[in-house]
Design a protein around this ligand. Sequence first.
Ligand code: NDP
Ligand code: A1CAB
Length: 313
Amino acid sequence: MSSDDAYEQPGEPAQTGQPGQPGQPGQPGQVPPRVAMLGLGSMNGAILSGLLASSVRREDVVATTRSAATARARAEEHGITVLAEQETAEANGIAVEQADVVFLGVKPHGIVSLAESIASRLRPGAVVVSVAAAIDLAMLEGALAHGQPVIRSMPNTPLSVGLGVVGLVPGRHASAAHTRTVQTLLESCGAVHVIDESQIDALTGISGSGPAYAFYLAEQMADAGVQLGLDRALAADLAAQTIYGAGRMMVQHQRAGTADAAQLRRAVCSPNGTTERAIDAFDEHGFAAAVSAAVEASASRSAEITEELRTAE
Ligand SMILES: NC(=O)C1=CN([C@@H]2O[C@H](COP(=O)(O)OP(=O)(O)OC[C@H]3O[C@@H](n4cnc5c(N)ncnc54)[C@H](OP(=O)(O)O)[C@@H]3O)[C@@H](O)[C@H]2O)C=CC1
Ligand SMILES: O=C(O)[C@@H]1CCC=N1
């Protein structure tokens, strides 16, 4: 490692999220919020796993799905009540009646009709959090009763293991206390950034879609290892553990201010060594351009879906 590349050792591991606020759920002596998860697929399921492992009690959660088979499977998996719309026509309305925080976790094209269907059943102070890509605050607020607090979010699936990241955009009727409640809840399983709505498509391109980029990189690394003669299981574990270790190391150093990603990369590259050859190969094959195009494609697709849904209204 050259002196330019030297970095300090980090101190204590950084927190994944900001510290909770006094008087908020998850703090000692505070009543945890009652939560409704409408839709329990990849994303709401990941949030639920993270919340149940940290800040929310099973008896305080009611979830819904469309099909009865999924409801049964998810109820068994998480040990919570899951109502199926297929069996109980009013499932979503029933689920939200007692809730303080309601996560809307169906596909983007189903969000507005879902919000309309629960509008009259929500407690006036309940905060509605949409996790959907592309559904803007105007669409959400327009589907609910006037004054209902709404937050648009963009989470990611590593929330399921306490290592997620979430962008939050508070709507017009979400007070600082509503935002703090949701922020504190989600900080129990990830880092939370309160952002402007103009930034959410870019955030989607990096962290919302981003876990798939890391998984794709792991797939390609493992395939390359197999081509070099390794067993698939060994190659897959080498790739996964390397991405996990590099990710943790990078977060700790970045938050401690001791090294950024570029410094950490350079510290692995011995002059004229193996890694330098690998990075040169990445550059020759257009790695930077490919990553930039991928992030841009995700962000643009989000904006495009917003436009498609707006014109379909
Ligand atoms: N997947 C991801 O990594 C991320 C997803 N998102 C957003 O999360 C949202 C959900 O995506 P994802 O979790 O991937 O999708 P999934 O298809 O995995 O899950 C959708 C869920 O919604 C349920 N559902 C559908 N219609 C209804 C209804 N009317 N009432 C109750 N439940 C219903 C489905 O039930 P059933 O299975 O019975 O049909 C299923 O549980 C999307 O808007 C997406 O943009 C955001 C960030 C990341
Ligand atoms: O692919 C999607 O549309 C969703 C939003 C971000 C991650 N998954």
